[in-house]
Ligand binder design. Sequence first.
Ligand code: FAD
Length: 414
Amino acid sequence: MNENKTVAVVGAGIVGLSCALWLQIKGFAVILIDPEKPGSGTSSGNAGTIADYGCIPVNSPKIFKQLPSLLFSKDSPLSIDLHYALTHLPWLFSFLKNCRTARVARIIRILGKLLQKTYQGLDPLIELSGSQYLLSQQGCLQVFKTEREWENAQADVQARKDQGVVFTQLDAGEIGELEPALKLPCVRGLLFDKASHVVNPQSLTTRYFDCFLAKQGRYVKQRVLLVDHKKDSLRVILEDGETLDADRVVIAAGAFSAQIDGTGAHRLPLDTERGYHVQYADRQSLLNRPVSWVAAGLYATPMDQGLRFAGTVEIAGYGQTMNPRNLDFLVRKSREMFDLPDKPDQEWLGFRPTFPDALPVIGYSPHSEYILFAFGHHHLGLTLAGITGKLIAELLNQEEPSHGIKAFSSRRFR
Ligand SMILES: Cc1cc2nc3c(=O)[nH]c(=O)nc-3n(C[C@H](O)[C@H](O)[C@H](O)COP(=O)(O)OP(=O)(O)OC[C@H]3O[C@@H](n4cnc5c(N)ncnc54)[C@H](O)[C@@H]3O)c2cc1C
C-alpha cells in the first residue's frame, strides 16, 4: 500500500539514511535529498561508539561550580566564543536551566529508556546493508586518571546503574591487561562489556546509501530551501529552482535542520556543539576498543585507518574555521595517553545538533502533520539513528510506535 506514497527525507547523514532505510522496510517510496556526499558530514568523523550506556548528558548540576574553570582553563574540553554566546543567550540560559538536578535526572531517565532500544533500531539496518564487518564488539572503556576524577564520576556511575546499564569496574592492573599500550596512569576504569563501535562511520553510511539505492531509492544531490504545502501533499523547493512533490517530508538535516523554511523547525532552539577529532594513521593497533578519558571529554577509538581522538565541546556556531585551541587540546591529551608522533595526520571539525535539554526531536512538526522531524541527537546520533528511523517509519505507517515519543515532541519548547 505504501509504495504509492512518497516520503522525501531531507539530509543523508546517519539519521536521514536510517530513516530512509526504515521507510523502505515499511514499503514507502523514498527520495533522499542532500547536496553533499551521503554521510560525509558530522556522521563521518565521530568517535564511532554505539554508546547505549550514554545516558548522562553534558547538562549537569556540577556545571554551575565548574563553569569558571571549564571556560578559562587551558586544560578544559569546553570552549565558548564570547561573541557567539552573547548573541545566543536564550539558548545558553535554557541549557543552564536544564542543568538543574531534577531536570538532569529526568533527561537521564528518558535517554536511558530510549538507549535500551538502540539495537532494535540498529541491528536490522546492519543486517540489511551487510555491514556486520564494520561493527567491533570489544566493549568500551572509561578511564579515570586520579582518585579525584573517579570520585567526581560517582553520581554518574550510580545514575547509569539506576538505568540498568551493565558494566565491570576495573583497577589499574586490569586496565593495563586490557590496554597495554595505554600509558596514561589510571586508578580506575569502567568497562561497558556489551558496547560496540563502528570502525569506519563513513563506510557505514556508504553501505546504507548503497543499500538504499539497491532498493529503488531515489537520491537528489541538492540543498532543500523550503517545504511548501499543497492541498494534500508537499512541494520541496531545491536550491537549483527545481521542485519535488512528496506525500510526506522527514527533516533529518542534523544541526542545519532549522535552516530549512516552511517546516516550523526555525522556531525550535536548535544549536550546535562543535566537536573535533585528530587522527594518527596506522596507529589503531595501539588499542583494542574505544577508551574514554572522562575528565578530558574525549574518546580514543581504533578506526580501520588509524587511531582517532574525538571530543571537546565548542559553542561557537556554524563557521567552518577550526579552533587551534581545541585541536591542540586533543593532540596534547592523545600524546599523554599513548606514544604518538608530534602531529596527527588528520584534523576534523563536526557539528553536533543540540537542543538545550539534550533530547532529540522525533515526531511531527508543530507546523504540519505531513512533516516529521528527526534531529537533535547531540553526542548520540550514531547510536540513536537506527531507533529514530524505526520510530519515524512506524509513525508514517500509522503503527503504534515501539517506544513512547512524547518526551521527544517538538511541542515541548512552546
Ligand atoms: C567529535 C564528535 C564525536 C562524536 N562521537 C559520537 C559517538 O561516539 N557515538 C554517537 O552515537 N555519536 C557521536 N557523535 C554525534 C554524532 O556524530 C551526531 O549526532 C550525528 O552524526 C548526527 O547525525 P545527523 O544525520 O543528524 O547529522 P549530519 O551527519 O550532520 O547529517 C546531516 C546532513 O544533512 C545535510 N543537509 C544540511 N542542510 C541541508 C539542506 N538544506 N538540504 C538537504 N540536506 C541538508 C548535510 O549535508 C548532512 O549530510 C559525535 C559527534 C562529534 C562531533
